[in-house]
Design a protein around this ligand. Structure first.
Ligand SMILES: [Zn+2]
Length: 107
């Protein structure tokens, strides 16, 4: 797959339903190949473990942090009974980041 082609097709806009970016879901190309939580990644809409492919139709642009939040939620659905650990991954994604946006995350 061509990662940059997916990001360009999606106009560097995070398409994750859980997107927590404070500024209209935009992804800054300058963060490419950085360790920033807002760095661009490519998400599999249907996970490879469920038969999803690496074709562009199954890929979408995503912030790293949004991609990781979605992965945590999948993990919770698969492995953790809510009644046992209801707060392991809060439904509010902001809570995942500690309850508020620290300044270093906003840039
Ligand atoms: Zn996002």
């Amino acid at each position: 797959m061509n990662r940059l082609a997916v990001l360009n097709r999606d106009r560097w806009t995070c398409l994750m339903p859980v997107c927590v970016h404070p500024c209209t879901r935009s992804i800054n190309p300058a963060l490419n190949h950085t360790r920033s939580p807002w760095a661009p990644t490519v998400d599999h809409i249907i996970q490879r473990s469920k038969g999803g492919t690496d074709r562009q139709g199954n890929l979408r642009a995503a912030h790293r942090v949004c991609n990781e939040i979605a992965a945590l939620r999948r993990h919770r659905r698969r492995h953790v009974r809510r009644s046992l650990a209801p707060n392991l991954v809060p439904d509010d994604p902001i809570a995942v980041l500690g309850g508020q946006f620290p300044g270093w995350l906003a840039s």
